[in-house]
Design a binder for this molecule. Structure first.
Ligand code: 8YV
Length: 324
């Protein structure tokens, strides 16, 4: 059986049970404090099973001399030392097709929760405030303009849902112009934000997208604009976001991801202009079971045939967001 190091338990638990049944599984969270055990086990490891929000840092990767495959339960690879993986010929797999719908659906949920004040209304009743008066009105998405930063699988799925369900006009910004004909391409986040009522962040987290949403972009989105982040917290300059919300230069923000999870700045927690969820975008039972299945099948395929079916293309990870 192939030696696999799992960095964190998956959910639902049946994924963990199948990993245990099919491979020589070592659970890192159970052995990480035992130096003797680590010195015996780490040299044996050929596969690391991790998550998009955990990755695999360079120090632990360097402690695995026989590592051949990193399989990610998720699509994020921003916390993996890709330079080391590339230089050592270590393959990386993700589960891109497993969570596109769930993550896109969550962006829509956040858009409705914010514009129709669903989360606020829930708290309003629970805090007994309805007994004292009415909650203010919200706004409609219908016919508004949706800007999408990062027009990959998730971004395009959000566009389809919002176009079909709310007749929204869709604009987008990406590394490459997907389709010159549709007229929706904007070459910079600033241009995109200036024409958008709702701006959805769906780009990968990497050094070229860090703080790509700064005060200029936030002010361009404007005092009635809504910023939605279902990508990575690193895309937003958090201090700029807090300032823009407090100065009322940005209408609202609906966030599922944060730079230092699970820590969320108090200014965002206490703001009446934020809607917050704890990195839930892919968290449906159906999606997580499919992500787990793909993780297991990649390990099995590598063990039996030295092949994988959803390998990360290192060339694509290195291309950056270059704005003219
Ligand atoms: C994962 C994510 O589901 O896909 C990613 O990279 O961040 C999430 O959607 C999460 O990492 C699982 O814990």
């Amino acid at each position: 059986m192939i030696d696999v190091l799992q960095l964190s338990p998956y959910a639902p638990d049946e994924i963990n049970v199948e990993l245990q049944d099919r491979f020589a599984l070592f659970k890192y969270w159970q052995i990480r404090e035992d130096e003797d055990l680590l010195s015996q086990i780490l040299p044996r490891i050929r596969v690391v099973a991790t998550k998009g929000d955990i990755g695999l840092d360079g120090d632990l990767m360097a402690a695995l001399p026989n590592l051949e495959l990193i399989t990610v339960y998720g699509v994020g690879f921003d916390k993996i030392d890709l330079d080391q993986a590339k230089s050592r010929g270590i393959k990386v797999t993700t589960t891109p097709d497993a969570l596109t719908d769930a993550v896109a659906d969550h962006a829509v949920a956040l858009a409705l929760a914010s514009t129709r004040r669903v989360a606020e209304g829930d708290s309003f009743i629970r805090q007994g405030k309805w007994l004292e008066g009415k909650l203010g009105i919200g706004q409609s998405l219908r016919g508004k303009t949706l800007g999408i930063l990062g027009y990959g699988r998730v971004g395009q799925r959000v566009a389809k849902i919002m176009r079909d369900a709310f007749d929204m006009r869709v604009l987008y910004c990406d590394r490459s112009q997907n389709d010159k004909r549709d007229g929706g391409y904007r070459s910079t986040p600033l241009e995109l934000a200036a024409e958008s009522d709702v701006l959805v962040l769906a780009a990968s987290g990497n050094p070229t997208t860090k703080n790509i949403i700064d005060i200029n972009v936030l002010e361009a989105l404007g005092r009635t604009g809504l910023l939605i982040n279902i990508a990575r917290g690193s895309l937003i300059n958090t201090q700029h976001l807090i300032s823009a919300l407090e100065a009322r230069k940005l209408g609202a923000a609906a966030l599922d991801v944060f730079p230092d999870e699970p820590n969320v700045p108090n200014e965002l927690i206490s703001s009446p202009y934020t809607t917050l969820t704890p990195h839930l975008a892919s968290a449906t039972i159906e999606t997580r079971l499919e992500m787990g299945r793909q993780v297991i099948e990649n390990i099995s395929s590598w063990h039996q045939k030295r092949e994988v079916f959803s390998q990360l293309n290192f060339l694509k990870t290195s291309t950056s967001f270059k704005f003219t």
